[in-house]
Design a protein around this ligand. Sequence first.
Ligand code: ATP
Ligand code: MG
Length: 473
Amino acid sequence: MGERTILLVEDEVYIRESVSEMLEMNGYRVTTAPTGEAGIETARKKDFDVILTDLKLPGASGIDVIRAVKAVSPNTACIILTGYGSIETTIEAMKAGAFTYLQKPLVKDHLLVTLEKAYEVCEVYSLKAENSKLKKEITNCTEAILGTSSEIQEVRDVIGKIADTDSTVLILGESGTGKELVARALHYGSTRNNKPFVPINCAAIPEDLLESELFGYEKGAFTGAIATKIGRFEAAHEGTVFLDEIGDMSPGLQVKILRVLQEKEFERVGGRSSIKVDVRVVAATNQDLERAVEEKKFRNDLYYRLNVIPIHLPPLRERKEDVALLVSHFIDKIALRKKKTVKGINPEALKMLERYDWPGNIRELENLVERLVVLKEPDTFVSVKDLPDKIRKGSLETSGISAVSFSAEGLDFNAAVDNFEKDLILSALNKVNGVKKKAAEILNLNRTTLIEKMKRKGLLDHLDPSESANEIA
Ligand SMILES: Nc1ncnc2c1ncn2[C@@H]1O[C@H](COP(=O)(O)OP(=O)(O)OP(=O)(O)O)[C@@H](O)[C@H]1O
Ligand SMILES: [Mg+2]
């Protein structure tokens, strides 16, 4: 748990000092301001979890403070301190975004309990903010899942059919195949989309913290639990919980998750009463869960609960026809982000990317494109010489005669010869860093013949002018 920060805006010295001291003694980190203006100034410079502000202040009022704070930091919980008889202005403060109000004289316990509540709300606020930010980024998630291969089309179809149901979905796929993207598409394609999408990486949270992260804890449940905290399941109420890397969950926790799935209820750590939640669960793993079940590492009953609707994401090497689309999408996206102009990729280089096996799947492709875009001189095409050795070697290994397969129907001779020629040309280009003049030399062809062949094979649609200038020289 991080430091809990509070800004106290109060003009009366005595109240300011005594309240601040009492809060410090209760573990809060308090900054004070004697006027509304000073409060606004301080809140602009630094984010606070909670702001306690007096309503009546000389100059800028407590309401002005709340408005100013909410404008720059909407997640801050604001509590207004009022004298009595000012019900109308209190209502106004609530409308300006105050979380609640407290009447003076302040009662210590009442203030502390209110602060605890404010912290619970704070957490929910920040989750909500995270979600609305993400929502803006991903307007239509299913469309964000790119690919024309039949495998990806099928994935999109399934998402369309099941997004707006409450069925539990298990997303299976190697790392980097788009599991989280699919989980988000399921959430944002459902009527839960204005409620939180709460991802939980079961492998990243230390085992002893996982339970309190998921289910929250009651004040005093353990040393350091100075206030009640809600867990991720509670924060996801009416939304979606995404259990990522579910294959890495400890056996103890598997039992607890199973119970939430079956009964839709749980207890906070140290709590006695059950809490009911309405959440849709989407889980993902890159492990072979069936095998984990056989090996008794993963509970059978939990597996069946989760595996109501499985979605298999194919590795990129099994849908290489999508490589071209993904590459051009990432080039545009990253060029825009990095404010660079890259014209695209030339066909020889693209061919090599299509040949490569992509063990890290789309994430690896995205990272590579990012590197290429960053390192590229502006206004040029990505070409073979820009590609890392790993990709050039990888693509070389899968080329050549050994890749020819004779199926039951026999092969298409002309297409096979054509492919072989393409492979030869690409291998030669690969060897000489993409310089066509040198490739022609090692193939013992005329440079013009080579270029003719490349044109015919569609390897030369976008001849990079800077590159051809180099070659002629
Ligand atoms: N079909 C796709 N179209 C466009 N972008 C995609 C596609 N699939 C994945 N991506 C992008 O690739 C990256 C990796 O995807 P994501 O994080 O969803 O994969 P993952 O399967 O959860 O990976 P890991 O197992 O490593 O957590 C993300 O930036 C995602 O946006
Ligand atoms: Mg992931």
